[in-house]
Design a protein around this ligand. Structure first.
Ligand code: ZN
Length: 269
């Protein structure tokens, strides 16, 4: 059976030596290389590295092993067999189970790092003892990890798929139309609005496809499929530089395999 990462929120749990440690330094994750494969180290395997850990968060389990997220602010002396790698490189190398756990670790640590002070009164916050939340010591305001919903949509015109090149994309890559959901907006309206704003196309028959957390740093991607209704492609020239209809045998460079965009594209064309 394939391993999977089970999310558990239990802030009372303390790490033991057989738990997996997702340790981040400067945005990179510490991994152990064993027989040419990339692993997450157990706490006991990290002893020789003498890492000065910051706060630890229990994030869930892989089989019987607990998973903890933590970071360090001092340089790690990576001895033989250890390496620091970017979360994107990690995602491209490991299975879905490890990427989900590392993604959750990254989201929790990002939230921890950016909520040291109260957004309401500026007071110092502390981590709550009974849930993953921060509480202000001055005014008791409570802050939970924030997740930003974003939509992504495959617009189909018969056998053709609409793909666009965003000004941030490297390697002349093309992907699906995507964007954040506005405050007060429902998902279908966000899908329609993004497609119209970015490429000037009206769409119909919007259907939910699937979703995926996107921990760069704290999004949840909601995937949709829709059909072309009317309009000619017209890009804004700022965010989207080019867009076009593509067929299966003439696809451009596509996003990395672990991305929801790629999984939707591979599923519909
Ligand atoms: Zn406060």
């Amino acid at each position: 059976m394939e391993q999977y990462f089970k999310i558990i929120s239990d802030v009372t749990k303390k790490s033991t030596e057989n738990d997996f440690m997702f340790v981040f330094f400067n945005g990179n994750i510490l991994v152990k290389i064993e027989e040419n494969s990339i692993k997450i180290p157990l706490l006991k395997e990290l002893k020789p590295l003498n890492i000065k850990y910051e706060e630890q968060f229990f994030i869930g389990e892989i089989v019987e092993n607990g998973c903890f997220a933590t970071e360090t602010h001092s340089e790690i002396e990576t001895s033989e067999g250890f390496e620091l790698m970017s979360l994107r490189d990690f995602a491209n190398t490991v299975n879905e189970c490890l990427f989900s756990a590392a993604g959750r670790a990254n989201q929790i640590l990002h939230w921890n790092r950016t909520n040291k002070f109260c957004g309401k009164c500026g007071g110092n916050t502390v981590t709550k003892e009974d849930e993953i939340a921060k509480v202000c010591q001055k005014c008791n305001h409570v802050m939970y990890p924030v997740i930003c919903p974003a939509i992504i949509v495959a617009v189909m015109k018969g056998e053709q798929i609409l793909l666009a090149h965003n000004s941030n994309f490297k390697n002349n890559m093309y992907s699906l139309i995507a964007g954040f959901v506005e405050a007060g907006e429902d998902l279908e309206s966000a899908v329609k609005r993004e497609v119209l704003e970015e490429v000037g196309i009206n769409i119909k028959n919007i259907r939910y496809h699937n979703s995926s957390p996107w921990p760069f740093p704290n999004s949840l991607m909601l995937g949709f499929i829709a059909e072309y209704e009317s309009g000619e492609i017209k890009v804004d020239g700022k965010e989207i530089l080019y867009a076009d209809w593509f067929e299966k045998d003439s696809l451009p460079n596509l996003p990395e395999k672990f991305s929801l965009a790629r999984r939707i594209i591979d599923g519909v064309i």
